[in-house]
Ligand binder design. Structure first.
Ligand SMILES: CC(C)(COP(=O)(O)OP(=O)(O)OC[C@H]1O[C@@H](n2cnc3c(N)ncnc32)[C@H](O)[C@@H]1OP(=O)(O)O)[C@@H](O)C(=O)NCCC(=O)NCCS
Length: 168
């Protein structure tokens, strides 16, 4: 359990901590599902500090971190506009901080950053039941399936989507 975390925009000097969060949380989540070797290969490819640094500078994207006074960066979310909607590329909470509402807070803050969005979509690994249930509780439903999550061969995923009514 961590003290109350503050959610804020990511900064360039957060990149090492965000990578560390992603590596730890990926191993915790996916080692049993796709194997630790594959996890290492993917996190090295997708979550290098260089790639994260390019993403934090994307002006149309939202790169959030949750920072706790006693534990540093304990959560992270990244999303960007994609076609008609927004693609939620990552939502990760450190294992020791999960189940305390941080994932819900990050998702809520991120959604508010895109007030005119028609829909948010994401891909979730088919055996990641906890995350799929989390998204369903937050109004997402499965709209399809891809065999190569994020173009990663042999990692099938559900496509999930949440639609928003326009206010007018
Ligand atoms: C999926 C994930 C982002 C959700 O974040 P989280 O902070 O754990 O989510 P929340 O705490 O908001 O809600 C999750 C659970 O805690 C419960 N919860 C919410 N607020 C709570 C609180 N204040 N106290 C206790 N439990 C709470 C919810 O009922 C929910 O129950 P569940 O364990 O049956 O799912 C997080 O668990 C995670 O990073 N998982 C591993 C990585 C992953 O799979 N990411 C998604 C990739 S697509």
């Amino acid at each position: 359990m961590t003290e109350q975390a503050e959610i804020r925009d990511g900064r360039m000097d957060d990149m090492a901590a965000v990578r560390s969060l992603l590596v730890e949380t990926w191993h915790d989540t996916y080692d049993d599902l796709i194997g630790p070797g594959k996890v290492r290969q993917i996190t090295d490819k997708w979550h290098s500090e260089d790639i994260l640094a390019r993403q934090v500078e994307m002006t149309d994207a939202c790169f959030l971190v949750a920072e706790a006074p006693d534990a540093g960066i304990v959560g992270h979310a990244f999303a960007y506009p994609d076609g008609e909607g927004v693609f939620l590329s990552r939502l990760y909470v450190r294992p020791t901080a999960q189940g305390c509402g941080l994932g819900a807070q990050l998702l809520g803050d991120l959604t508010r950053r895109f007030p005119d969005v028609q829909q948010i979509h994401l891909e979730v690994e088919v055996n990641n039941v906890r995350a799929k249930t989390f998204y369903e509780r937050h109004g997402f439903s499965v709209t399809g399936r891809v065999e190569h999550c994020g173009d990663e061969v042999g990692v099938p995923a559900f496509v999930m989507e949440k639609s928003f009514q326009s206010a007018g």
